[in-house]
Design a protein around this ligand. Structure first.
Ligand SMILES: Nc1c(C(=O)O)ncn1[C@@H]1O[C@H](COP(=O)(O)O)[C@@H](O)[C@H]1O
Length: 162
């Protein structure tokens, strides 16, 4: 099926985080592609990838990177498709470097930045599905059902408190 969401990451080492985004997309039956693309290490490929994404039918790009995390911002600079940036936890600075590199975009070139690490990757995918849901009601319905499941789980966990 034609992918609607692109999950890209600066390195294969980001997969341990970005796999959580892919799990959500699989769960909600959203067609997606996943690729390693680096602004630093494969700049020409990154440009070509970002420039061609819209015409290939991609609606949202989720871009995860760690450290000097320029990938989400550089992709956003080359496309007007919504870009969601996931700060990957870095070894040296625990992902604070990644977060600040992604979130502080100059006015005019937005990147929707989520939290550092696993929770951010999960929320990036949910946000991407929300965007798809604005024109495809089945995705909105899938999100509503998921929220309801979470609500029930929380209520049950509350009942189980001693
Ligand atoms: N931040 C970027 C970019 C980029 O922004 O283009 N390319 C790779 N990286 C990051 O380098 C970290 C270490 O990568 P390696 O584990 O491959 O050394 C990864 O978290 C990756 O996202």
């Amino acid at each position: 099926m034609q992918p609607l969401v692109a999950v890209i990451m600066g390195s294969q080492s980001d997969w341990e985080t970005m796999r959580y985004a892919c799990d959500i997309l699989e769960e909600l039956r959203v067609p997606f592609e996943k690729k390693v693309v680096s602004a630093h290490r494969t700049p020409d490929y990154m440009f070509a990838y970002a420039e061609s994404a819209e015409e290939r039918g991609i609606k949202v790009i989720i871009a995860g990177a760690g450290g000097a995390a320029h990938l989400p911002g550089m992709v956003a600079a080359k496309t007007t498709i919504p870009v969601i940036g996931v700060p990957v936890k870095s070894q040296a600075l625990n992902g604070l470097d990644s977060l600040l590199s992604i979130v502080q975009m100059p006015g005019g070139v937005p990147v929707a930045t989520v939290a550092i690490g696993k929770a951010g990757a999960i929320n990036a995918a949910l946000l991407a599905v929300s965007i798809l849901g604005t024109y495809e009601p089945t995705y909105m319905e899938a999100l509503r059902k998921r929220r309801e499941t979470i609500r029930k789980q929380v209520m049950e966990s509350s009942d189980q408190l001693e």
